[in-house]
Design a protein around this ligand. Structure first.
Ligand SMILES: [Zn+2]
Length: 56
């Protein structure tokens, strides 16, 4: 049943992109924050790489 806790924890990662002036930053509900990007698409890529573990 401990695995269900892990799944719930992963669900806490809700990312958004926030515009800061000319830059766009990816943010997560867990407190994580990505680097400032010039393009929103790059910020979204940061958010996806954060929520998706590089296991593949
Ligand atoms: Zn997160």
């Amino acid at each position: 049943m401990a695995q269900q806790d892990d799944i719930a924890f992963v669900g806490e990662h809700r990312t958004i992109t926030v515009e800061q002036g000319r830059f766009c930053v990816a943010r997560c509900s867990c407190g994580w924050r990505g680097p400032a990007r010039r393009a929103r698409s790059l910020a979204r890529t940061d958010a996806e790489s954060h929520t998706t573990p590089p296991l593949a």
